[in-house]
Design a protein around this ligand. Structure first.
Ligand SMILES: *[C@@H]1O[C@H](CO)[C@@H](O)[C@H](O)[C@H]1NC(C)=O
Ligand SMILES: *[C@@H]1O[C@H](CO)[C@@H](O)[C@H](O)[C@H]1NC(C)=O
Ligand SMILES: *[C@@H]1O[C@H](CO)[C@@H](O)[C@H](O)[C@H]1NC(C)=O
Ligand SMILES: *[C@@H]1O[C@H](CO)[C@@H](O)[C@H](O)[C@H]1NC(C)=O
Ligand SMILES: *[C@@H]1O[C@H](CO)[C@@H](O)[C@H](O)[C@H]1NC(C)=O
Length: 309
C-alpha cells in the first residue's frame, strides 16, 4: 500500500515536471524577452527551457566566452554538470566549452576505457575540447593544490594559444564547490585549486552548489517548486489578477536572486540526453546504485552555480 502511494507521488511529480519545464515554455514562449541576441537556428535559442534559463544566463554574461569545466573523474561531467553543459553549449550563446578532467578514473584499473568513454561523452554533449590529466584517482587522497593551479594555468595558456587570444575577459571557470557534491577529496582539491587560481588572477569562476542530502535525492520535487515560482514571477498578468483577489506573493518569489547564484534547469529533451550519457556512454560505470542516482538525484534535472570570489 505504501509502495503504491510512493509510485503515485513519483508519477505525479514527474508529470508536473514535464508540464513546468517542457510544455509551458513551448506554450508561452512570449514570456521571455529575446533581447538583442540573434536566433541562429530557430531551435536552440527560442525553444523550450530557454525561457526559464536564458534570462539569468544573459544577465550574468555567460555568453561569447571560453568556458573551462574542471572535473576530477571521467563521468563527473555527466553525473553532476549535464544541465549546465547542455545549456551553455547551445550555439546561440556563442561559447566555446573546454572540459579538463584531472584523472582518468583508473582507481579500479579501467582508466583507458573510462578515458575513451569521456571522449564519447564530450561528443554527445557538444563539448569543444577535452583533456585528461594524470592525477591519481584515489578516494583517500587530497591532490596537491599548487600542482593543480599550475595545470590550470598551462591548460588555459594552451587554449589561448590555440584560439589566438590574450585577454582574460572571455574566460569562465566552472568546478565543484568546497564540499565537492559528494565530499570526495579529489573533487574538493579541484575546487581549492580553482579558488586559489582565482585569487591570483581575478576572472569569472563559478562552483556547483552541493545540496544537502534531502535536496540532493529529491528528484524533481524541489525543482518543481522552484520552476513554478519562476513561472509565477514571470506572469505579470497572473500577479495582477492575484493582487485583485487580494493574494500577495511573498517577496522571494518575485525578487531577482540571480546575483547570488544561477539556476539552470533541464527539460525533458535534456533529461534524455543526460540519461544517455550516463547509461550508454559511461557504460563501465553502471552499477546498481547508479540507477538509484539516475532516478532520484536532483543533479539530474538542475544545477545551481555560485560565483567564486
Ligand atoms: C554583463 O555585461 C554588461 C555589459 O558589458 C554589464 O553592464 C553587466 O554588469 C555585466 N553583468 C555581470 C553580472 O557581470
Ligand atoms: C563569439 O565569441 C568570441 C569570443 O569567444 C568573440 O570573439 C566573437 O566576437 C563572438 N561572436 C559574436 C557573433 O558575438
Ligand atoms: C606540492 O607540490 C609542490 C611541488 O610541485 C611542493 O613544493 C609542495 O611541497 C607540495 N605540497 C604538498 C602539501 O605536498
Ligand atoms: C591573464 O592571465 C594570465 C595567466 O593565465 C596572467 O599571467 C595575466 O597577467 C592575466 N592578465 C590580466 C590582464 O590579468
Ligand atoms: C545526469 O544523469 C546521471 C545519471 O544518468 C545522473 O547521475 C546525474 O545526476 C545527471 N546529472 C546531471 C547534472 O545531469
Amino acid at each position: 500500500m505504501g509502495l503504491l502511494k510512493v509510485s503515485y507521488l513519483v508519477t505525479l511529480t514527474s508529470v508536473l515536471w514535464v508540464v513546468l519545464t517542457t510544455l509551458f515554455p513551448n506554450i508561452f514562449p512570449g514570456y521571455y524577452d529575446h533581447g538583442d541576441m540573434q536566433d541562429k537556428d530557430g531551435y536552440l535559442y527560442s525553444a523550450y527551457y530557454n525561457s526559464i534559463n536564458t534570462p539569468s544566463i544573459l544577465r550574468n554574461n555567460l555568453t561569447n566566452s571560453h568556458i573551462f569545466l574542471f572535473t576530477a573523474h571521467p563521468d563527473d561531467e555527466s553525473m553532476f554538470f549535464t544541465p549546465t553543459i547542455t545549456e551553455l553549449t547551445k550555439e546561440n550563446y556563442n561559447n566555446t566549452f573546454h572540459l579538463i578532467c584531472l584523472s582518468n578514473g583508473g582507481y579500479d584499473g579501467l582508466g583507458s576505457i573510462r578515458e575513451r568513454e569521456l571522449r564519447k561523452a564530450a561528443k554527445v554533449l557538444n563539448i569543444d575540447s577535452v583533456k585528461v590529466l594524470n592525477y591519481v584517482d584515489d578516494i583517500n587522497v587530497y591532490w596537491n593544490v599548487s600542482d593543480i593551479v599550475k595545470s590550470i594555468t598551462d591548460e588555459i595558456d594552451d587554449v589561448k594559444r590555440e584560439y589566438d587570444f590574450e585577454e582574460n575577459g572571455s574566460l569562465i571557470l566552472l568546478t565543484f564547490d568546497q564540499d565537492g557534491v559528494s565530499s570526495h577529496p579529489n573533487h574538493k582539491s579541484v575546487y581549492q585549486a580553482v579558488e586559489a587560481y582565482n585569487k591570483l588572477i581575478s576572472i569569472r569562476a563559478y562552483s556547483l552548489k552541493s545540496w544537502n542530502i534531502i535536496v540532493k535525492y529529491s528528484g524533481m520535487l524541489f525543482t518543481n517548486v522552484e520552476v513554478a515560482m519562476k513561472w509565477l514571477a514571470k506572469c505579470d498578468e497572473l500577479q495582477k489578477y492575484l493582487r485583485q483577489i487580494n493574494i500577495h506573493l511573498p517577496d522571494y518569489v518575485t525578487a531577482d536572486t540571480s546575483k547570488e547564484s544561477i539556476a539552470i534547469y533541464s527539460d525533458l529533451n535534456g533529461l534524455f540526453l543526460n540519461f544517455s550519457t550516463m547509461t550508454w556512454v559511461h557504460f563501465s560505470q553502471i552499477v546498481w546504485f547508479r540507477w538509484i542516482w539516475i532516478f532520484s538525484s536532483k543533479y539530474m534535472n538542475s544545477n545551481e552555480l555560485v560565483p567564486i570570489s
